[in-house]
Design a binder for this molecule. Structure first.
Ligand SMILES: [Zn+2]
Length: 159
């Protein structure tokens, strides 16, 4: 295994270009991602959750990923364990296990992409709401300052 150690990095969103030897942990999406530890350059995604992968954080800051990572969809077909930031070669896996991993990986990636794509819509509507609120507040302010009755009352209060 080319990469023998991996260090966790907590991110809000996965970077477009990942670095080797870094396990990106996106807690908001329960997702980890890293460059395949064999050094082939492929991006590997592991979803955290029941019946998926389990990420264990140690008090010293190291992490472990259970079960092992099997990259059967890639040419390298590498299979390894991540234990306390160490990458341990795990040897070959059965054909059935390979198929299960492949299917799970596809679903996870699709879900992640869908959730990322859903964000701009939310952001757009929030901006629209913010702009509307700002406009409304400025109109209200103008009415207040131009209203003669209101001005007189304010002067009266000051005296
Ligand atoms: Zn690889």
């Amino acid at each position: 295994m080319k990469i023998q150690g991996i260090r966790p990095q907590y991110v809000e969103q996965l970077p477009d270009k990942m670095e080797e030897g870094v396990l990106y942990i996106c807690e908001e999406f329960d997702l980890t991602a890293h460059k395949c530890c064999c050094g082939c350059g492929e991006d590997v995604y592991n979803k955290i959750g029941p019946a998926r992968w389990r990420l264990t954080k140690m008090p010293d800051g190291t992490v472990s990923l259970y079960p092992s990572v099997g990259n059967w969809k890639y040419a390298c077909k590498s299979h390894y364990c991540i234990r306390k930031n160490r990458v341990i070669d795990a040897g070959p896996m059965s054909a059935r296990a390979i198929e299960a991993v492949q299917q799970r990986d596809r679903q996870d990636r699709d879900k992640y992409i869908a959730s990322i794509n859903a964000q701009p819509d939310f952001e757009h509507s929030m901006n629209l709401w913010r702009r509307t609120r700002v406009l409304f507040t400025s109109i209200l302010h103008r009415i207040k300052t131009l209203w003669p009755w209101r001005l007189r009352t304010e002067k009266g209060d000051r005296q």
